[in-house]
Write a protein that binds this ligand. Structure first.
Ligand code: ADP
Ligand code: MG
Length: 618
C-alpha cells in the first residue's frame, strides 16, 4: 500500500496554529502590544477600526528590526527571546514561542514597517495569508509599526463567528487595560474609528489605575505592599464599600503578566470576608513578583493561566497582607448591609396616593380562644383585611381562572399547627381569611381548583417586572419619577460605551439623562419603582450583564435591559411578604403573558394536584 502521510505545507500549518493563537481581534491586539513591550518601547499606540475587524495597528518606538529579522519574524518558531530550552525557566519577556506573527500573517493582510535606532532607513514588508507580497526599503521612524487588516479574510467561517462590534471591542479594551496596567512606565494611547479613546501617559501605578478607571477611583484604593522571601506584592484593593456587582475590576499580574487565578481570587475574597455583601466583588489591582523559576506560564497558548510551585504559601501571604492593609487603613468597620427596604416593595404601592390610616377591628377576635403561635416559623399566613374593592384591579386577567377557586383554599391540609377551630371548619367560610402563605420567605403557596400552587417569589416577580419593562420600552410610555436633585454617577470609559449604547432604551423605561459625557452620567429621572439609592447598582448590574452577554443575531438590547432591570429589582428570596403583597404577586403573575417561566426560562411555579396528594394518603 502506498504511503499516505504528508507534511503539511507551512501556510497550512500556520493557519492551524493561528486557530490557537488568534481567536478574535483582541488576541491580535494582545500579541502586538506584547511584542512592542518586549521591544523596550516607551510609547505605544494602538489603532483599531471596526472593533479590529478592518484594522488593528500597533506603533511602537522600540528597538525595531533589521531587514533580515523583519523577514524572519514571520517564520514559525522564529523568536529572538529564547535560545535554548533552559531559557524557558527564566522567561522575562512576554513572548517566547515565536508563533504570533507567523499565525497572524497566515490569516490576515499584514504590513510591517520597522527601523532600528542606528539605521538610516527601515524595512517594509507586506504579507497576505503567509505569502510575502513585497519587501522594500522605506523611510520610517525608529521602532515598529504592524498593521493587521482583514482579519480572517481567508477563513470566512472564523470571520462569521466573530461577535458584534460591541463585544469584540470590549475584548480589545480588556486586553489593552491588562497590558497598560502591567506597564505604567510605558505611555499608551488607543484610537478607535478615528477618535482617541485612551491616553495614558507614563506614570506610577496608582495614576495608571485612575487614568483607566476614572477619577473617582483614586479615593477607593487601598495600597497593599508586602515583601517576603518568596513573593513581593504591590498594588491596590478597592475599599469594601465600593465592591461591585461585576468582576471587571479584578486584576492579578504576575511578573507584569496579566493572569487569571481562581485560587488567588479566593484568597482576596477571603480577606474581604464579612466586609462586603454576598454577590459583590472587591476591586483589586495586584502585582505579584516571584522568581520566574517558581512558575510555569507555558501551559496555554494565550498564557493567562499560570502554575505556581507553592500556591498555598502565596495564598496565605496574599490573604494576610490584604487583611493587614484593610485593617491598617481603618477600613474594617462593621458595615451596614441592610438593604434599602424601599427596593423590596416594588409593587405599585409607591404610585398610589397615601391612604388614611384606619383602625382595624378584628370582629372575630375572641379573647378566650387560645392563641397558637406559629411554631413552624417559616409559614407566614396572610389575612386579607383589605376592603375587597381596592383589590379588584388585581384580578385583571384572572377571570378565566376563576377568582373563586383561589378562595376555596383549605389550609388545614397544610398546617397541623393551625388553630384547632379551623381544623374542623368548613372551607367555604374562608372569604376573609388567608388565601396565600409564604413558605420560608421564598415560596408563595396558593390554591387552584385542581390543587395547590407553589410559586417562587423571586422568579415570579422577575417575570412580572420583565413584562412591564418590555411593555414600557416597546410602547415608549414609561412613567418616570423626577428626582429632586440630579444624580451624578461616574463610570469608566468602557462602561460609558455601554451606557451610551443603551441610552435610548433606558430612556424608554423611564430614565431621564441630562448629561452623558466623558465619565459622568447625570440622571434627573428614574423609572417609577426604582429607588434613587439603587440606581447606580442597577446600572452596574446592567453593564455587567451586557459584558457577560454573548450576543448573537437574536440579541436585543431592549430584552437584555428588561431582564437586567427585573433581576435587580425583583424581590429576593428571604424577604418576608405580607398578605397583600403575596396576593398581588400571585395575581400579577397570572396576568402575565408567559407566567410559567422567568425571563431566563426558569420555572416560576409548580402545581400539586389534589389527586396526587390523595394518592399520598392511600
Ligand atoms: P515571540 O514574541 O514569541 O518571540 P512573535 O511571532 O510575536 O514571537 O515575534 C517574533 C519575533 O519578531 C520576536 O521574537 C521579535 O524578535 C520580533 N518582533 C516582533 N514584534 C516586534 C516589535 N514590535 N519590535 C521589535 N521586534 C519585534
Ligand atoms: Mg510575541
Amino acid at each position: 500500500m502506498a504511503d499516505i502521510i504528508q507534511l503539511l505545507p507551512d501556510h497550512v500549518a500556520n493557519q492551524i496554529a493561528a486557530g490557537e493563537v488568534v481567536q478574535r481581534p483582541a488576541s491580535v491586539v494582545k500579541e502586538l502590544l506584547e511584542n512592542a513591550i518586549d521591544a523596550k518601547s516607551s510609547s505605544i499606540k494602538l489603532i483599531v477600526k471596526d472593533s479590529g475587524k478592518t484594522l488593528i495597528q500597533v506603533i511602537d518606538n522600540g528597538v525595531g528590526m533589521s531587514p533580515t529579522d523583519a523577514r524572519l519574524s514571520f517564520e514559525r518558531h522564529a523568536t529572538s527571546k529564547i535560545r535554548s530550552a533552559e531559557d524557558l525557566f527564566s522567561i522575562n519577556t512576554k513572548g517566547f514561542r515565536g508563533e504570533a506573527l507567523a499565525s497572524i500573517a497566515a490569516i490576515a493582510h499584514v504590513e510591517l514597517k520597522t527601523k532600528m535606532e542606528d539605521e538610516e532607513l527601515g524595512t517594509q514588508i507586506d504579507i497576505e495569508g503567509s505569502e510575502v507580497k513585497s519587501q522594500d526599503v522605506v523611510v520610517t521612524p525608529k521602532g515598529t509599526s504592524i498593521a493587521v487588516k482583514h482579519l480572517f479574510f481567508n477563513i470566512p467561517a472564523r470571520r462569521n463567528f466573530l461577535k458584534s462590534n460591541t463585544v469584540e471591542l470590549r475584548h480589545i479594551i480588556d486586553e489593552f487595560h491588562r497590558v497598560a496596567l502591567a506597564h505604567p512606565d510605558i505611555a499608551f494611547t488607543m484610537h478607535q474609528n478615528g477618535s482617541e479613546t485612551f491616553n495614558l501617559p507614563q506614570s506610577n501605578y496608582r495614576q495608571r489605575v485612575v487614568n483607566i478607571f476614572g477619577g473617582k477611583t483614586n479615593e477607593k484604593l487601598v495600597p497593599v505592599d508586602e515583601e517576603t522571601e518568596v513573593l513581593k506584592i504591590s498594588g491596590f484593593v478597592g475599599k469594601p464599600e465600593f465592591a461591585r456587582k461585576t468582576r471587571t475590576e479584578q486584576f492579578f499580574f504576575v511578573n507584569d503578566r496579566f493572569i487569571k487565578s481562581a485560587y488567588l481570587n479566593h484568597a482576596v475574597n477571603s480577606a474581604f470576608e464579612g466586609l462586603i455583601k454576598e454577590g459583590s466583588h472587591p476591586s483589586y489591582f495586584l502585582k505579584l513578583t516571584v522568581d520566574p523559576k517558581t512558575i510555569d506560564i507555558n501551559i496555554h497558548p494565550t498564557k493567562t493561566e499560570i502554575k505556581f510551585d507553592d500556591e498555598h504559601t502565596l495564598y496565605a501571604i496574599l490573604r494576610s497582607s490584604i487583611k493587614h492593609s484593610l485593617g491598617q487603613f481603618n477600613i474594617a468597620p462593621v458595615l451596614d448591609f441592610d438593604r434599602d427596604q424601599n427596593l423590596d416593595t416594588p409593587y405599585g404601592y409607591k404610585e398610589k396616593s397615601a391612604t388614611n390610616p384606619v383602625v382595624e377591628v378584628d370582629r372575630s377576635f375572641n379573647p378566650f380562644q387560645e392563641d397558637t403561635p406559629q411554631k413552624s416559623g417559616g409559614f407566614a399566613p396572610s389575612h386579607r383585611k383589605v376592603p375587597a374593592a381596592q383589590w379588584e384591579s388585581l384580578y385583571v386577567g384572572l377571570e378565566s381562572r376563576g377568582t373563586k377557586s383561589i378562595r376555596d383554599f383549605s389550609e388545614v391540609e397544610f398546617e397541623s399547627e393551625s388553630k384547632s377551630e379551623e381544623l374542623f371548619s368548613e372551607d367555604t367560610s374562608l372569604d376573609d381569611k388567608k388565601t396565600t402563605y409564604q413558605l420560608h420567605n421564598k415560596y408563595i403557596i396558593s390554591t387552584i381548583k385542581s390543587g395547590i400552587l407553589v410559586i417562587d417569589q423571586h422568579r415570579a416577580h422577575q417575570r412580572i417586572l420583565y413584562e412591564r419593562f418590555l411593555k414600557h420600552t416597546t410602547i415608549k410610555e414609561a412613567v418616570s419619577q423626577q428626582l429632586l436633585f440630579p444624580l451624578q454617577l461616574q463610570f469608566s470609559t468602557t462602561e460609558m460605551e455601554v451606557i451610551k449604547q443603551l441610552q435610548p432604551d433606558l430612556e424608554h423605561t423611564g430614565f431621564v439623562f441630562s448629561q452623558v459625557e466623558d465619565t459622568t452620567v447625570e440622571i434627573t429621572g428614574v423609572p417609577i419603582n426604582v429607588p434613587e439609592s439603587e440606581v447606580s447598582i442597577i446600572l452596574e448590574q446592567l453593564i455587567s450583564d451586557v459584558e457577560q452577554e454573548v450576543p448573537d443575531s437574536s440579541f436585543s438590547a431592549t430584552d437584555l435591559l428588561a431582564k437586567s432591570l427585573s433581576k435587580s429589582l425583583a424581590i429576593k428570596r428571604g424577604q418576608t411578604l405580607d398578605g397583600m403583597e403575596q396576593e398581588h404577586l400571585v395575581n400579577s403573575l397570572f396576568a402575565c403573558k408567559e407566567p410559567t417561566v422567568s425571563p431566563n426560562q426558569k420555572t416560576t411555579f409548580i402545581t400539586m394536584r389534589v389527586d396526587d396528594i390523595d394518592k399520598k394518603f392511600m
